[in-house]
Design a protein around this ligand. Structure first.
Ligand code: UD1
Length: 380
């Protein structure tokens, strides 16, 4: 009998992480892996483009939960995913990252009893095994909704696949048993390395009239940066001064776009190139050729590390410290003078491309091989 796995993805960064995992499961016939799309992100530009470009098979199940407050969105995920669990009877539920879909689906799975028992770590088991990919990351900032999602998901997951050494240290400090902690590397970097050649040939710079290394890239979507219109306006004003020297390419997340519209913020060309969200391949190309990347995203801190592009993070903390210790990342917070100083440092002394340990393109394969062992499945 195959091991039934439900892989969950809901929001843009999840699609990038789930792609290599699904591929690795599907080369192993002992696993029957199905993909559940919660629909937390539903716009084509945040969702469908990624399926097309990353060759992710169409989702087997779509929950179409849409947007809402945290409670409403999470409640809807719980309700709809529970029905899927009852129908599908999965042995394994795999969640990635730190979005509301991650904790919602993990929590529904944690309380479900299956019709038939199976074996896990040599013992009889009635509940799905919960697997968290990108476990152990901590920003130590509970004002971030993602931090709450990370801590709660790690607390109920059976297997915690970690992407960088800080994740192992954090979980140990929290008293998590060693057998649950497994350092496999970074699945997001699996996707980047697989797509890099294709991105090299993408015509997007010509289409946008940009020359390599002659612009900065900005992404912004953290609630702490964009939800308060005064904070957002101040931040963009500070960045506008930088844009006088180095034009800023700004693909705008829908959350940020709405706030800018509400506040009547307009960013003027040619200093600014305000764009809709880009697809994965186009964004990878634009990011690879930038002088500097300014961001509040987590994944982009990792991607710029591997690409060797200076990154200035517009937050006071990072849950990905390896990108600062070993990579190209500098924390700047949101103060204009500090951002300007960090950008100047980054431009003066760019760090070389660097791959932290196990960011080698094979994290998903290691993950599937390890999980097979835990389930007593022999892989050829
Ligand atoms: C979510 C994640 C965040 C992740 C980010 C990546 C949580 C708590 N947050 O933030 O960790 O880094 O995704 O993008 O899970 N909207 C659209 N189209 C969509 C989806 C959303 O227009 O397809 C708009 C809606 O107005 C919505 C707003 O964007 O209210 C925010 O979406 P939401 O899913 O709540 O969170 P994100 O800010 O995208």
């Amino acid at each position: 009998m195959p091991i039934r796995v439900l892989c969950v993805a809901g929001a843009r960064p999840n699609f990038v992480k789930i792609a290599p995992i699904l591929r690795a499961f599907r080369t192993r016939p002992r696993f029957a892996a199905r993909l559940v799309h919660t629909g937390q992100h539903y716009d084509d530009l945040l969702s469908r483009v990624f399926f097309d470009e990353l060759d992710i098979p169409r989702p087997d199940l779509e929950l179409a939960i849409g947007s809402g407050t945290h409670a409403a969105q999470t409640a809807e995920i719980l309700r709809r995913f529970e029905a899927v669990l009852v129908a599908e009877q999965p042995h394994v539920v795999l969640v990635v990252g730190d979005v509301n879909s991650t904790i919602g689906c993990a929590l529904a799975a944690a309380k479900l009893f299956l019709d038939e028992p199976f074996r896990f770590r040599g013992a009889r088991r009635r509940r799905p095994v919960i697997v968290h990919v990108e476990a152990g990351l901590r920003s130590f900032d509970d004002d971030m909704p993602e931090e709450v999602n990370r801590k709660l998901t790690d607390a109920i997951a059976d297997v915690l696949y970690v992407s960088e050494p800080s994740g192992v240290a954090n979980l140990r400090r929290e008293g998590v048993a060693e057998e649950r902690i497994v350092f496999v590397g970074n699945v997001m970097i699996d996707t980047l390395l697989a797509a890099r050649e294709r991105a090299r040939g993408a015509p997007v710079l010509d289409e946008l009239g940009l020359r390599p290394r002659s612009y900065a890239v900005l992404t912004l979507h953290r609630p702490s940066n964009v939800d308060d219109p005064a904070v957002l306006a101040k931040l963009l004003d500070a960045l506008d001064r930088l844009a006088a020297d180095l034009p800023i390419v700004f693909p705008v997340h829908p959350r940020t776009r709405t706030r800018m519209r509400d506040r009547g913020i307009a960013l003027e060309p040619p200093r600014w190139r305000v764009l809709d969200p880009l697809g994965y391949i186009e964004f990878l190309k634009v990011m690879s050729e930038a002088r500097v990347v300014l961001t509040d995203s987590g994944g982009i801190q990792e991607e710029t590390t591997v690409l060797g592009v200076p990154c200035v993070t517009l937050r006071d903390s990072t849950e990905r410290p390896v990108t600062v210790d070993e990579g190209t990342n500098r924390l700047a917070g949101t103060d204009g003078a500090t951002i300007a100083a960090r950008v100047a440092e980054a431009l003066a002394a760019p760090a070389p491309a660097h791959a932290p340990r196990l960011w080698d393109g094979h994290a998903a394969e290691r993950l599937v091989a390890h999980l097979a062992g835990e389930l007593g499945v022999r892989l050829p």
